[in-house]
Design a binder for this molecule. Structure first.
Ligand code: SF4
Ligand code: SF4
Length: 439
């Protein structure tokens, strides 16, 4: 266990444990270039729900001119943490560090209602524990396969339940067989790399086929794939929600596990996890035992599409006659700067036609636990995205994050355009295996 944060009282509203950096705040020149890509500004046209407005609110609080009223907090609760503002900002304002620090301050200082606390605790108790997610697979499978789900949805019974429960039910993935990834998958042919695979939590239990496809594609490209069974949640959901202590503990355990695995690269296939582990150096900067190791670990982490682009293709790509709309996950495009790699990998598949979704910089509304804690805004963004995808007439939508996958699937169905949404690596795997993607 790490030490609890040292809090030094200051004149400001923020406590002294890593308040949002005044240097970063002062880099904002209020130009407003970030406003058109901010999903909440696009929805509500409210200055205080824009990046510029939020930075101004942070500045007021850091000078002691604003307190953490419920209204002040609400402007940060509605932020998706999508980082579109960072990509758009010509002044290089690192909004990611600002919102992470602000959220940690809010969780330490702002008293949430008992209902809200319970809801957040429930989310973290389940979604950051693969073993617990595994346990709920069975009741979920029964709910889906017994016809109970269709019945409940059909008679509109869900409308009687709280909005948050409705949001969770709507996002539920259709569960398939539980494909396991072996602890070691040997490379095919001459070994080119020994890589670790970060399995994720939701990905591991609800989308095991994505991890299985990732291991197969890497092996086909000459990588020995090590997927340590004891790896914990990487802490992404906790970091993005301001739960700092829990996140630190999980980061330390993740580093321990992958150091023991002795791998050259740690491959991520969930954009939210990838952006989190790449920031471990910053997260663990105060820990004398882990600060340097965290930097080394973070430098080894790469998204699956970055790894594959760096390896000249060895496995044959078989033709796939498929029209695919590619959705950029925010934590891949804005937080990790990965945009061209998945497009290039998909375009190299013979017969595959790639369609671009308009407004690609704007979030689909998934954003970690956002669609669970802010269902109205998340649904509005999901509807907007579904309406942009529908005219493309794509047979499949591809993306690089399980949260986006769930959000898009549910939004497309709600908008009368049910479309299969898959991870990019599932399409590559189908092509390498010479299989048509099941539609
Ligand atoms: S992170 Fe996203 S939602 Fe938050 S201020 Fe930036 S663009 Fe807006
Ligand atoms: S684009 Fe950058 S500098 Fe301009 S208002 Fe937004 S955060 Fe501030």
């Amino acid at each position: 266990m790490g030490q609890p944060p040292q809090t030094i009282p200051t004149a400001a509203t923020f406590d002294g444990h890593h308040p949002p950096s005044p240097e970063i705040i002062d880099k904002c020149v209020h130009c407003g270039f970030c406003l058109p890509v901010c999903p909440t500004y696009v929805l509500w046209n409210e200055e205080m729900d824009s990046p510029r407005g939020r930075i101004y609110l942070m500045k007021l609080a850091s000078e002691g001119a604003a307190t953490m009223t419920p209204q002040w907090v609400s402007h940060f609760d509605t932020c998706l943490g999508c980082m579109a503002c960072m990509t758009a900002c010509p002044s290089g304002v690192d909004y990611g560090k600002l919102i992470e620090a602000t959220r940690a301050q809010i969780e330490r200082q702002h008293p949430r209602s008992p209902g809200e606390k319970l809801h957040r605790r429930f989310i973290f108790a389940i979604f950051t524990r693969p073993a617990r997610l595994r346990l709920i697979r069975w009741p979920l499978l029964f709910y889906q396969k017994s016809g109970f789900q269709s019945l409940i949805r059909g008679v509109g019974l869900l409308k009687l339940f709280p909005k948050r429960l409705q949001a969770m039910e709507a996002l539920m993935p259709t569960l398939g067989p539980n494909e396991h990834v072996a602890e070691v998958t040997p490379a095919q042919g001459v070994k080119r790399r020994r890589v670790g695979l970060l399995l994720g939590c939701v990905q591991r239990e609800f989308f095991p086929q994505v991890n299985a496809a990732t291991a197969r594609v890497l092996a086909a490209e000459g990588c020995e794939v090590v997927a340590p069974k004891e790896q914990p949640c990487c802490g992404a959901l906790m970091v993005h929600a301001g739960e700092e202590n829990g996140a630190l503990e999980l980061a330390r355990k993740t580093i321990d596990v992958f150091e023991r695995a002795n791998v050259e690269i740690v491959v991520t296939n969930a954009a939210g996890c990838g952006s989190n582990v790449k920031e471990y150096g910053h997260l663990l900067r105060d820990d004398p035992n882990y600060a340097a190791r965290a930097k080394v670990f973070a430098a080894k982490c790469k998204d699956i599409t970055e790894v594959l682009i760096d390896l000249p293709p060895r496995a044959t790509r078989n033709p796939l006659k498929l029209r695919v709309a590619f959705h950029d996950s925010c934590h891949l495009q804005h937080a990790q700067g990965v945009r061209s790699q998945p497009r290039q990998l998909l375009s190299n598949i013979p017969g595959l036609e790639l369609a671009e979704i308009p407004e690609s910089a704007i979030c689909c509304g998934s954003a970690g636990i956002y669609n669970l804690v802010q269902p109205n805004a998340a649904n509005a963004l999901g509807d907007r995205k579904a309406q942009l995808i529908a005219p493309l007439n794509a047979e499949v939508v591809a993306t690089g994050n399980p949260g986006c996958l769930l959000q898009l699937q549910s939004s497309l169905a709600r908008n009368g355009k049910p479309t299969r949404v898959v991870h990019t690596v599932e399409i590559l795997d189908a092509s390498i295996q010479g299989k048509q993607l099941p539609l």
